[in-house]
Design a protein around this ligand. Structure first.
Ligand code: SAM
Ligand code: SF4
Ligand code: SF4
Length: 383
């Protein structure tokens, strides 16, 4: 059993204020779509956490011992309202964001999430195109909600699924939730037209690695893209250990030994997944069989193209999944700030960004502490 650190201080309280220069005449930044950070990375992708609650207790994310009945979730008044989220999203889009992903916690637990989706789907990119609007879910409520989500304007979903074996799945979600219900949710999403659907499987060595091949076989040729995610050292509560990480290279090798693969080109800049296509008898990529993806957050850092910002449930802007503090945008929203003030604040914050945690972690010895303050939980800022 690994030792688990129980947090004593609530990191959510710690936040940063946007730089004062954002609000001074002469140093204001207007939204042009040309914003880049200190490493030359643009801002293209916004992940919005709409709730810090979840009906699962995946051990790698919200371990039961910490997220128990005494855990203090955010009170409703702390959450950004749909109007506040949409107002901020408009400012992000003016700075060049093209893709918005709703996440959490479990985003489908947020009441009337369809209303937010309707508001966000009305936004247009600087080129006048609809946003790439998507949502990551554990799938437990998808069978019930897929049609309404589609009707509200959601384009696609990503469903997290860590195995097909019911016993393994129940162990991983740690609330005894049956895998059949998530599979029914995936079917409902496909029927509703929420595709192409991505399936995310977090691989933990010693827990679900024997599910890799059954999962690859199950989703090959379905039009869905299965992505294997290396178990990450996010947050401070999951008792992460390097020896529980199964490197993506091993996942590819294992699948390739049974179902031959060829590497495919990245689909877009900033894409987190490396793509591998299933092949036909002649060894050529066969689009009918489709592809898998591997996300090597631990063994192969991809910070140099990271164009993602994360907005927490209570309106803090995080510049990296592994950050320990966010910038308080809610105070601006609930104060006197105009949209131009918000745009300038975001411009200054992004221009000052130099985060590249995974690259730095890769340079450290295995299991070393990075010495940084305690990181924020993934359930709070979303994946
Ligand atoms: N509840 C939703 C779900 O599970 O899809 C959305 C939020 S969840 C935090 C987003 C994604 O993060 C999920 O695909 C989940 O598997 C992944 N995730 C959570 N903790 C992780 C960890 N320690 N390492 C790798 N992926 C993780
Ligand atoms: Fe909930 Fe998603 Fe975290 Fe699992 S990964 S505990 S489903 S938020
Ligand atoms: Fe982006 Fe931070 Fe992940 Fe690097 S570690 S890819 S900067 S979120």
């Amino acid at each position: 059993m690994s030792e688990r650190v129980i947090p004593l201080v609530d990191q959510r309280i710690a936040s940063l204020a946007p730089p004062p220069a954002a609000f001074s005449a002469g140093t204001r930044i207007a939204a042009t779509g040309l914003l880049t950070d200190r490493l030359g990375r643009p801002l293209r992708d916004l992940r919005i956490s709409v709730t810090d609650r979840c009906n699962f207790r995946c051990n790698y994310c919200m371990p039961k011992e910490v997220f128990d009945k005494n855990y203090n979730y955010l009170p409703h008044a702390s959450l950004l309202s749909f109007e506040e989220i949409t107002r901020l999203a408009r400012v992000f889009v003016a700075h060049g964001v093209k893709k918005i992903r709703l996440t959490g916690g479990e985003p489908l637990l947020r009441k009337n999430i369809e209303v937010l989706i309707e508001q966000l789907s009305a936004l247009r990119t600087l080129e006048g195109e609809p946003l790439d609007l998507t949502l990551t879910t554990n799938g437990s409520l998808l069978a019930r909600k897929a049609r309404a989500l589609k009707a509200a304007g959601l384009q696609r979903v990503t469903v997290s699924l860590d195995g097909l074996d019911d016993a393994v799945f129940r162990t991983m979600n740690d609330v005894d939730f049956p895998v059949a219900d998530v599979l029914a949710g995936i079917d409902a999403a496909q029927e509703a037209g929420l595709g192409p659907i991505k399936i995310n499987m977090v691989v933990k060595r010693g827990t679900n690695e024997h599910e890799i091949l059954p999962m690859a076989r199950r989703f090959m040729g379905t039009g869905m893209v299965l992505r294997f995610i290396e178990y990450m050292d996010v947050g401070a509560t999951n008792g992460w250990r390097m020896n529980e990480v199964l490197p993506s290279a091993d996942v590819v090798k294992l699948i390739h030994s049974e179902l031959p693969l060829v590497q495919l080109d990245p689909s877009s800049p900033g894409e987190t997944a490396e793509r591998w296509g299933f092949t036909d008898a002649a060894g050529q990529y066969d689009p009918r069989l489709g592809e898998i993806g591997v996300i090597s957050s631990v063994t192969h850092a991809f910070c140099q193209d990271c164009n993602r910002a994360r907005l927490s449930t209570e309106g803090q802007l995080y510049l990296c999944l592994f950050a320990s503090k966010g910038y308080d945008l809610r105070s601006l929203l609930r104060g006197e700030a105009s949209d131009a003030d918000l745009a300038s604040a975001l411009g200054h914050i992004w221009q000052g960004r130099s985060d590249r945690y995974s690259e730095l972690r890769a340079a450290m010895p295995p299991d070393a502490s990075d010495g940084s303050p305690r990181r924020v939980e993934m359930s709070y800022i979303g994946g």
